[in-house]
Design a protein. Sequence first.
Length: 137
Amino acid sequence: MTAGTGSSFAEAAGALVRIEGTRHEGLLAALGARIVSTRRVQHSVDHREMSAVMATRAGTVTSPAQQVASIVDRIGAGDAFAAGVLHGLFTNMSDQDSLDFGLAAGCLKHSVPGDFLRHSAAEVTDFLGERRFDVRR
């Protein structure tokens, strides 16, 4: 959407929430018109830096960059991040805590071979509590 067209943030975000051309207003309302993204800086094959940002109607929330070393598998890290953010939002975590939880899930996924994160929410919370984002085997 172009600035100055009279479109609201909710309308712009709503345009992103479509499945087979059908707008899912319930999902948009549940998410409160948030847009999230990761930023990844690749340092080498097994070392990257990840940070995250969430845009809301109230402003922007960020999670600081975390170093992820000794990567086993990068596939699925973005999905783990998205699932972590959604988990946080649907369990009534704050925007900051949801974003941090999602980033922790995405970072932790780098230690797991395969397409998806097999850790529980409690394990992600423990990992987040350690604030140690380097991958351990």
